[in-house]
Design a protein around this ligand. Structure first.
Ligand SMILES: C[S@@+](CC[C@H](N)C(=O)[O-])C[C@H]1O[C@@H](n2cnc3c(N)ncnc32)[C@H](O)[C@@H]1O
Length: 468
């Protein structure tokens, strides 16, 4: 259903992508669906991953659509509710939308929630005709507009951004922003958001490829391609299922208890990426305040510089709270699917999926299975601290009962993390770890790491507290 006839023809005759679609499209009861999980090749090698609104905006470490799609199709019915508490650019929401499932996406990053919303909001053709007229007028007056460039620089939402672009680029980006503000004033809120995603994507391309790009052409091309993908989406989505996007904290979800039919998500990794940094310029230009997000971002690594293992205990505490929330909102017997790769701290391998499995066991989940997958060579995600992340795990758990504890139970969180850190310290003493870069810590570093973990264990009650 997601492909046109020409693409479909390519898949026929033993094509793995076609066979995969056939498999997940059959109706299954729960045991059969679990059985089906072992028939899928999760490497999804050479599968089409960029289609329809997935193409709107880049986003770091997003997961490929086939991961949420598999669980949505095998474990939910139409109109049931799928939740992604770390929804990023909305991959889970788009797949739910395309398959007539209601969905809720939560993320603390305001750019992520904007992109997610826009990818799942259909806009009528009449509105696009109005928007294209508006852009044509804007383009006609761009040169004239340049005369106001100094005034524009003074009016920028944040002066820091004036330093990275030339005056011509600033003048054009500002003309686009002002046009979008007019669109909003004229009552087209959905187009305003749509345009802001196109603008953000344009700024991202400018940051990535300096020089030689015609800003207004790039923006208009982006708008046209997004419009095309959205109208293709409108033809596929039969019942326009409800999508709710929340800009909030996964450790305190604004979602009703026992209301969700499937959780599928990929949380941040420990010590890997500061999300707020990646899209800083786009966010500044859109006037988004990322300070709150920076403060509450899970997995960030701009602090605890002298003892990185404190990042690990902080991360484990945050993830435990988030998992307690996932348990709270899920209906009994429904699945919680968490996708995560290995990470490393001070050259010690962090197998996050093992920590998550242990946590699940303490808060009312039963394990169904953990699936290993290789990440496609071209889609490997690299982080300066962790190196190349080229494999990940899909942890599949089922809610057996309500958790006995709530997410803000500091004593419980601190106790679980303490036990996990002690187990981790013992493990690295016995089996010397290796980072994803393939380098083993030296004996000297190992001893130092053991001391640092012991130090980090002491500060767990403080480090796992949510910052206010
Ligand atoms: C691995 S990404 C998710 C990518 C997503 N699966 C996709 O396909 O786009 C992890 C996300 O967690 C978000 N995040 C970090 N801390 C958070 C918090 N405290 N509450 C909610 N979301 C948070 C980040 O903004 C980021 O979007």
């Amino acid at each position: 259903m997601l492909y046109d006839t020409k693409q479909m023809a390519l898949f026929e005759g033993g094509n793995p992508e076609y066979e995969y679609k056939e498999l997940i499209n059959k109706r299954h009861n729960f045991p059969d669906a679990v059985e089906m999980l072992s028939k899928i090749d999760y490497d999804f090698k050479d599968f089409t991953t960029q289609y329809l609104t997935h193409t709107f905006h880049s986003y770091p470490a997003r997961f490929i659509p086939q991961i949420p799609l598999t669980f949505i199709k095998l474990f939910t019915e139409e109109q049931e509710i799928v939740l992604d508490p770390f929804c990023g650019c909305g991959t889970t929401l788009v797949e739910s939308f395309l398959n007539n499932r209601k969905s809720i996406g939560n993320d603390f990053n305001p750019l992520a929630t904007l992109i997610s919303k826009v990818k799942t909001t259909l806009i009528e053709d009449t509105q696009f005709r109005y928007f294209n007229r508006k852009l044509a007028v804007m383009k006609r007056y761009l040169d004239l507009d340049y005369r106001r460039v100094n005034e524009k620089i003074n009016n920028l939402p944040n002066r820091k951004i004036s330093a990275i672009f030339s005056k011509t680029v600033i003048s054009k980006l500002e003309a686009i922003r002002e046009t979008l503000l007019e669109v909003k004033e004229e009552g087209y809120d959905e187009l305003f958001d749509f345009g802001r995603v196109a603008l953000s994507s344009t700024i991202w391309s400018l940051v990535e490829n300096d020089g030689g790009i015609d800003v207004d052409d790039l923006f208009v091309k982006k708008v046209k391609s997004m419009e095309k993908e959205l109208s293709k989406t409108a033809k596929i989505v039969e019942k326009n299922p409800e999508v709710r996007v929340i800009c909030g904290d996964a450790r305190k979800l604004e979602v009703q208890s026992d209301s969700i039919d499937l959780v599928v998500t990929s949380p941040p990794y420990v010590n890997a990426l500061d999300y707020y940094r990646v899209h800083m310029y786009n966010m500044l230009w859109l006037g988004m305040d990322f300070d709150l997000f920076r403060k509450h971002e899970i997995g960030g690594h701009s602090h605890f510089i002298t003892n990185r293992f404190r990042l690990l205990s902080e991360y484990l505490g945050d993830m435990l709270r988030s998992m307690i929330e996932m348990n709270r909102v899920l209906k009994k017997d429904k699945l919680c699917v968490i996708v995560v790769g290995n990470s490393s701290v001070e050259y010690e391998l962090i197998e996050s999926h093992i920590f998550f499995e242990e946590m699940g066991d303490k808060i009312g989940f039963t394990p169904i299975k953990t699936i290993f997958r290789n990440i496609d060579k071209t889609k490997k995600y690299t982080s300066a601290d962790v190196g190349k992340i080229d494999e990940e795990y899909i942890v599949v758990m089922r809610k057996e009962k309500n958790s006995d504890v709530v997410a803000n139970d500091d004593d419980f969180v601190s106790e679980v993390v303490r036990n996990q850190m002690i187990r981790f310290r013992e493990q690295i003493k016995n089996v010397q770890g290796t980072s994803i870069r393939g380098r083993k810590p030296t004996r000297e570093r190992l001893l130092k790491n053991i001391d640092k973990i012991s130090e980090a264990i002491e500060t767990i009650p403080k480090d796992t507290k949510i910052k206010r």
